[in-house]
Design a binder for this molecule. Structure first.
Ligand code: ATP
Length: 264
């Protein structure tokens, strides 16, 4: 890992009177996979929208804070300049252009660049997702859910980002397809792209990530190496669905005692 990478400092965001993020700070060092865990409504999508500067499309505004990529401020740029600076987002719910062909969807993701850049980027995404080469002329709306997710990721990669922002890539996918997407994220990272991954599937996210943050009602409540968070009681109970066996045994004993009293 080298440079500072993506740094978010003291970020507060609102939608009109609704405060969605409060004083959020996090870092995605160059070359890292960082995940943000959190329940529905915790503010995960809002965080990614603030970084990609697409917040205004949703009626949101940044009240305070700073976002930088390798010392360049992103928080005053237009969304296309953020992409040009090296940060591409895969929004929640895939959002491919359903009526356009797979090839045209990919073309739409490529920044200006020259023909050689575009050809290089296309070869890279076809190597990662061979199915998109096979389906190049097909309408994107006819792809399966998993293939649409691949196309959404591939489209973001066409801009050759330094940092890829992924919003719930496993949402609504069968476990096998979610694993395939996870493998691809690993591969994309190995090839040099940093990843900020927002996920409700905490088990999958913690396996992929080096560092993790927990977001609760707009605030970071826990952060640290992913392996440490995965081992913490709090994360195991709230996000990995691991039952505390001692507490469960106590509860079972109390129930048995109550029933015995009742019956006796
Ligand atoms: P989910 O997993 O359900 O997408 P999330 O963690 O991504 O949840 P956000 O979508 O960022 O959470 O929402 C954070 C808060 O901001 C919530 O209280 C939500 O209701 C509110 N919010 C999100 N989008 C808007 C919007 N466009 N207008 C008003 N409030 C919004």
């Amino acid at each position: 890992m080298g440079g500072a990478g993506l740094v978010v400092r003291d970020l507060s965001v609102g939608y009109g009177p609704v405060r969605a993020l409060r004083g959020v700070s996090l870092q995605v060092p160059e070359g890292a996979v960082v995940t943000v865990l959190g329940a529905n409504g915790a503010g995960k999508s809002t965080l990614l929208r603030a970084i990609s500067r697409t917040l205004s499309f949703h009626g949101g505004t940044v009240a305070e804070g700073e976002i930088r990529l390798d010392d360049r401020r992103l928080d005053r740029l237009a969304p296309d300049r953020v992409v040009a600076a090296g940060v591409s987002q895969v929004p929640e719910g895939r959002q491919v252009f359903a009526r356009m062909t797979v090839a045209d969807n990919l073309r739409a993701g490529a920044l200006g660049g020259d023909r050689a850049d575009r050809t290089g980027a296309l070869a890279r995404v076809h190597q990662l997702f061979p199915v998109l080469a096979e389906r190049a002329r097909q309408r994107a709306g006819l792809l399966s859910g998993g293939e649409q997710q691949m196309l959404a990721v591939a489209r973001a990669l066409m801009a050759a980002p330094k940092v890829l922002l992924l919003d719930e890539p496993s949402l609504g996918l069968a476990p096998l397809m979610a694993e395939r997407i996870a493998d691809t994220i690993r591969q994309i990272n190995t090839q040099g792209t940093s990843v900020l991954l927002v996920e409700q599937n905490a088990a999958l996210a913690l396996r992929l990530a080096t560092h993790a943050y927990v977001l609760e009602v707009g605030e970071v409540t826990l952060s640290g190496p992913a392996a440490e968070l995965a081992a913490s009681d709090e994360v195991r109970r709230r996000y990995l669905g691991v039952v505390d066996e001692d507490a469960a045994a106590d509860a079972a004993q109390r129930t048995t005692r109550t029933l015995t009293r009742w019956e006796g």
